[in-house]
Design a protein. Structure first.
Length: 315
């Protein structure tokens, strides 16, 4: 997430602190103490006001176990204090306090002028169990002949969702395993969508990174999602999303995000010998303005061991 803020405007700074705190609260461990993280945000913005006297650009990413906050300004630059400044010093106490409460704090000069301060905040995400069910062959829905020129439509997708979810929940016995059931449905539906894409695009063998990214976006667009490609490299595909196919109801059922994870992860795993890993970095279902989904080829980063959902290549 990214913001521009006038650090000389107290109301703008206050609003940004609240927005950052809300973002952290949505994704952090339920018992997490956010006070140190929010204090670090306040101190870094105050530091930007002191050294730059105005504009600051703030970004917050959570691509690993802990979030990273970056604050850029147009000031003359500065260095981090190594020791607590004495009581007569004109500044530096705020940065020293920040360095003592965050996991890591660095400062660097920007090539265009100003400073870039990066802080790894002392907040963790809760673990997210990984489910990797096998593909089933019984009565797969939707069938290939239901596809339109642009892929499967919303009606057939939702019908398949209801049918497969009902069967899976019954088999897995109860709502306590809802995420596992949805993961199973996603694997099955994703398999059919992959077959439709291959047929429509005449794809043979493993997909290229560009084809895989196109397949993932295409199938979500077909069910009225708002997915788009942010990044596609040899190691991963990053997707953004502005609109959930399930609409506002997804906020009442965030377990449905497993559908996206298992559809994307199952298709990606099918293309790579080491499988795939999917990290749901941001989610509309928990209150974020959009979704950010990172699909890794292989096991993914080690610091996402308890957060990413892993899928094997079933051959």
């Amino acid at each position: 997430m990214d913001w521009y803020v006038d650090t000389m405007d107290p109301s703008a700074v206050r609003d940004l602190r609240r927005e950052v705190a809300a973002f952290l609260r949505r994704h952090a461990e339920p018992s997490a103490d956010l006070s140190a993280a929010v204090m670090a945000v306040a101190e870094l913005l105050a530091n930007a006001a002191e050294h730059a006297g105005g504009s600051a650009w703030v970004s917050l990413t959570w691509g690993g176990k802990c979030p990273t906050l970056t604050v850029c300004d147009l000031g003359p630059g500065f260095e981090l204090p190594r020791d607590l400044p004495d009581e007569l010093a004109e500044g530096g106490r705020g940065l020293f306090i920040v360095s003592s409460i965050v996991n890591e704090l660095t400062v660097a000069a920007r090539s265009g002028g100003g400073a870039k301060v990066t802080a790894i905040l002392p907040v963790s995400r809760p673990p997210s169990p990984s489910y990797d069910p096998p593909r089933r062959s019984r009565n797969p829905l939707p069938t290939p002949d239901e596809a339109s020129p642009d892929g499967f439509g919303r009606e057939s997708f939702l019908r398949a969702l209801v049918v497969e979810m009902a069967q899976s929940v019954e088999e897995l016995q109860g709502p306590a395993v809802a995420e596992a059931a949805i993961a199973q449905v996603g694997i099955d539906i994703g398999s059919r969508m992959e077959q439709e894409y291959r047929s429509a695009k005449d794809v043979k063998g493993s997909m290229s990174t560009a084809q895989l990214a196109d397949c993932l976006v295409r199938l979500k667009h077909a069910i009225e999602g708002g997915f788009y490609v942010v990044e596609a490299t040899e190691g991963r595909i990053v997707l953004g999303n502005t609109r959930c196919p399930f609409g506002e109801v997804v906020r009442n059922a965030p377990a449905l995000c497993r559908m996206t994870s298992s559809v994307f992860g199952g298709i990606a795993a099918h293309q790579h010998p080491d499988g795939s890993a999917v990290f749901l970095e941001e989610r509309i279902a928990v209150g974020d303005p959009g979704c950010k989904v990172v699909v890794y080829f292989g096991a993914g980063p080690t610091d996402l061991q308890d957060l990413a959902h892993r899928y094997h290549n079933a051959g």
